[in-house]
Design a protein around this ligand. Structure first.
Ligand SMILES: [Zn+2]
Length: 360
């Protein structure tokens, strides 16, 4: 099921909105209605929409900065916890990465300043702790939200903008891989500190933020590390070259025998010239056998959309293509499209394991 759907396109980016966003609107409308009737409900919903407009402008800040460096942002998604600008890639130069990362929070700094000027710099500190209280002024609360957005995003942990700034600063002195590893560790320590402060003060929101940051930091660091490591490698360095393949005339029964005989979970189906026709995975084998029986031809059960790369292509390109196409593997072929080997996510995992074993 699709949980987010497109609203409109602005400046080359498609704006998508997550379905739970409407639940938040509804929830806010209801609690305000209970407190002050229909007028309060409308102002409550308007407040949430204003917050999301600020989050959206934040994401466009990233997207516009990235565009200056020739990077497009095909999609911007509004999630209930914030926005997500999906850029084609991250800038490779640390200085450019810093500019792109800072551009988002900078938008909120500007919005907060404009609102503070409007308020004559008389921000009620109460506004920060009573965002949901409709008796505090609308502009007061919106200014407070923008200040919180800046502070939250500048937490020096992935996937916050502050984490990217930290990584880029470290990358000016160390290699990208070292910078990412160090930034991830600092991020998790920060999360730990937040969790500790949250427990001490009994602040539930702080504890949730800490858990979110801790989990997201690990996931983002893993993904970033994978890109960092594979960008310096060629496809040939990670490919499987010892494998059994199936002939186009093979049946699922032949494939089943091959599955038991080998440790492979993916079987390339190759024609008499050595060209790849498709890949049959263990899951395809199981589901097709139960549906069509043993004598079904493998060419009917295999997956045919397999991205192909050359031995000298960069491994990060192959990885990105595998993740984008959701293919079970990447084929590595020669100039006449004959199959030389293939790469699976498991291989890439082994590459990562070896890399971290060598450095520790
Ligand atoms: Zn941001």
């Amino acid at each position: 099921m699709q949980w987010s759907f497109p609203l409109f396109r602005v400046a080359g980016s498609e704006l998508r909105i997550h379905i739970t966003f409407f639940l938040i609107l509804l929830w806010f409308g209801i609690i305000h209605f209970q407190q002050g009737g229909i007028a309060a409900a409308i102002s409550g919903i308007a407040f949430i929409l204003a917050i999301f407009a600020c989050v959206l402008l934040h994401e466009f800040g990233h997207a516009l900065a990235a565009r200056r460096f020739g990077i497009a942002t095909p999609r911007i998604t509004l999630l209930p916890i914030g926005g997500l600008a999906e850029m084609e890639r991250m800038p490779e130069k640390p200085s450019e990465e810093i500019i792109v990362a800072v551009a988002g929070p900078l938008v909120n700094v500007v919005i907060a300043l404009i609102l503070l000027i409007y308020l004559g710099f008389a921000l009620d500190p109460e506004a920060i702790s009573s965002l949901e209280d409709p008796t505090t002024g609308f502009i007061q609360r919106l200014a407070a939200v923008n200040i919180i957005l800046v502070l939250f995003n500048m937490i020096p942990a992935f996937p916050m903008d502050g984490g990217r700034v930290l990584r880029a600063l470290l990358a000016m002195r160390y290699t990208r891989v070292q910078a990412t590893e160090t930034a991830a560790r600092i991020g998790q320590m920060t999360a730990f500190l937040f969790g500790f402060l949250g427990l001490l003060s009994g602040n539930v929101i702080l504890i949730f933020v800490a858990i979110f940051v801790y989990i997201a930091a690990a996931a983002e660091a893993q993904q970033t590390l994978m890109i960092d490591i594979t960008r310096t490698m060629a496809a040939r360095e990670a490919m499987i070259t010892k494998f059994e393949s199936l002939a186009p005339g093979a049946t699922l029964e032949d494939a089943a025998k091959a599955l038991l005989r080998t440790t492979q979970h993916e079987f390339p189906v190759v024609d008499h010239e050595g060209k790849l026709l498709g890949i049959l995975t263990r899951a395809d084998l199981v589901s097709s056998t139960s549906e069509h029986g043993n004598d079904y031809p493998v060419v009917e059960a295999m997956q045919t959309e397999i991205p192909a790369f050359r031995t000298y292509d960069r491994l990060d390109k192959a990885l990105a293509e595998m993740q984008k196409s959701k293919a079970p593997a990447i084929a590595v072929t020669d100039a006449s499209q004959r199959l030389l080997g293939y790469i699976t996510l498991e291989n890439i995992g082994e590459v990562m394991m070896l890399r971290s074993a060598r450095t520790s």
